[in-house]
Design a protein around this ligand. Structure first.
Ligand code: NAD
Length: 504
């Protein structure tokens, strides 16, 4: 039995689900194609505005009950969601591979990330702490408390079709919010399967509809969702282009956004680096997930003292990378998501060459069913215009530097600010990279590549990456509203700052 049959996803599915399950009935039907071989793996009837309206109403109704539930009890529900994900990890992981082309261990890793988020959130549900401050007025107590926000819209990119939802939705749940998920049309089946598993848990607690799902065209349900005044927070993961638009629309109604947008991440290999370590990290960072991670390594700056041998070894490694069916044992590089991504890859390679680049490895699409390209290494100046763009494909631009300050400046010169790394055995070089004049990114690593972040820390980046932070640390605060509370337990009414206003 195939994974689609086990998860019961072979028949036509509905792209909207709120209380009582799936109910989109009139929208157009989307055919879902696997990037592995271009075959059809499912059909989804897309949601329309009326479906979204039902999902929003169901979420609003469920929120009324849910917000009064103590946070540790909300955590218990998230624990049960983690258990159901654990029980279906293999199937869900395989579905991720089938739908977006990740190699098996990465598909499984993605579901593990969602399970890890559930575990983290169970603990967090007992730690939604506010501060207490000393009042300047005698007999007064001043504290902060945190309340749920309401309905949180979670818009996800195709490349993490389960984990990014978990970074948001599970934190939002312990915060006491309802969630409406709008996944990418490039990965609807993983969303449907994940949603249905969660819905089973929620229904058992009488909370059906608390997690809504709406799969539809951006111009129809996407736009309606971000414009909906019942939605106080829109958390959106995707391209900078999308983020700019969502920010303008949601900001226009003075609601909140949490943006996780594109990256253009660099690794610096310093002259004293452990080159074995650096080689493995650069390969995983640049070609893992076929270059389709927000944290993918897209730029490599190597110190001149080690550049020759290091780049030679990298070219050798690129020539032997096993590319092919991501579900087959031993494959390290799977396909791109679709034909459009292949076309963008080819256009970027052509531009890089036109801008003076020398292709050291790859550079071509592969002639086989599905959407495969050869991982590509291009020697190119750090300031060539194409280097400033995030092309969502396995293209790595390499340049050589003489001094660390210049390399750090090159690392910081792009518009995006997500992830960064240095390989060095020198404390001075590492600390310079981490200092206030060092990397300007949301993630800065030493002797670890740019991708593969752990959920315990906050994930996100600066500049055009959008400034949002999700997953661990104190990211939960984005999903709650802060209330400053001052209690006067005396019979006098002193005013702050010594103001006098004696009446009567
Ligand atoms: P995309 O911008 O094309 O789409 C992302 C999501 O936005 C999709 O669900 C899409 O339907 C939705 N969307 C687009 N226009 C919308 C609108 N007008 N209203 C509402 N929703 C709208 O991105 P993609 O190709 O799916 O993903 C790749 C991008 O995501 C890359 O830039 C990558 O770096 C980024 N990404 C960032 C992070 C991060 O944590 N920073 C994580 C994963 C992916």
């Amino acid at each position: 039995m195939s994974v689609l049959e086990r998860l019961d996803l072979v028949r036509e599915r509905s792209g909207a689900a709120g209380k009582g399950g799936a109910f989109a009935t009139t929208g157009r039907v989307l055919t879902v194609v696997s990037p592995i071989d271009g075959s059809t793996i499912g059909r989804v009837r897309l949601a329309e505005a009326a479906d979204l309206e039902r999902v929003v109403r169901d979420a609003a109704a469920a929120f009324e009950t849910f917000r009064t539930m103590p946070a540790p009890r909300r955590g218990e529900i998230v624990r049960q969601i983690g258990e159901v994900l654990r029980a279906h990890k293999d199937d869900l992981g395989e579905l991720v591979s089938l739908e977006v082309g990740k190699i098996r261990s990465e598909g499984l890793g993605e579901v593990q990330e969602a399970i890890d988020m559930a575990d983290l959130c169970v603990g967090m549900s007992r730690q939604l702490c506010g501060l207490s401050m000393h009042s300047e007025r005698p007999g007064h107590r001043m504290t902060e408390q945190w309340h749920p926000l309401g309905i949180v819209a979670v818009i996800t990119a195709f490349n993490f079709p389960c984990a990014v939802w978990a970074w948001n939705a599970l934190v939002a749940l312990i915060a006491g919010d309802a969630v409406i998920w709008k996944p990418s049309l490039k990965a609807p089946l993983t969303a449907i399967a994940t949603h249905e598993l969660c819905e089973r848990v929620l229904a058992a607690h009488g909370l059906s509809g608390l997690l809504g799902l709406v799969i539809g065209d951006d111009a129809v349900v996407g736009e309606a969702l971000i414009r909906d005044e019942r939605v106080p927070l829109v958390s959106a993961t995707g391209s900078c282009r999308m983020g700019r638009h969502v920010n303008a629309v949601v900001g226009g109604r003075l609601a909140r956004t949490l943006l996780e947008l594109g990256g253009n991440n660099a690794i610096l290999v310093h002259r004293d680096a452990d080159l074995d370590l650096a080689l493995r990290a650069v390969c995983f960072g640049a070609v893992g997930t076929a270059g389709q991670r927000c944290t993918t390594t897209r730029r490599l700056f190597v110190h001149r003292d080690v550049a020759g041998p290091f780049i030679d070894r990298l070219v050798g490694a690129y020539r032997t990378l096993p590319i092919g069916d991501p579900l087959q044992e031993g494959t390290l590089v799977g396909p791109l998501i679709d034909a459009g991504a292949v076309a963008q890859f080819e256009a970027a390679v052509a531009k890089a060459v036109a801008q003076g680049g020398a292709v050291l490895a790859g550079g071509k699409r592969l002639d086989r069913p599905g959407f495969y390209v050869a991982p590509t290494l291009i020697r190119l100046r750090h300031d060539a215009p194409i280097v400033a763009d995030e092309t969502f494909a396995p293209i790595l631009y390499v340049d050589v530097y003489d001094d660390l300050d210049s390399a750090i400046a090159w690392q910081n010169e792009v518009r995006q600010g997500l992830s960064s790394a240095i390989f060095t055995d020198s404390v001075r070089a590492a600390e310079a990279f981490l200092s206030v004049r060092g990397s300007d990114c949301g993630i800065a690593n030493v002797n670890i590549g740019t991708s593969g972040a752990e959920i315990g820390g906050a994930i996100g980046g600066e500049k055009e990456t959008g400034g949002g932070r999700e997953a661990g640390s104190d990211s939960w605060k984005a999903y709650m509203r802060r209330q400053t509370v001052t209690v006067n337990y005396t019979s006098s009414l002193p005013l702050a700052q010594g103001v006098r206003f004696d009446v009567g």
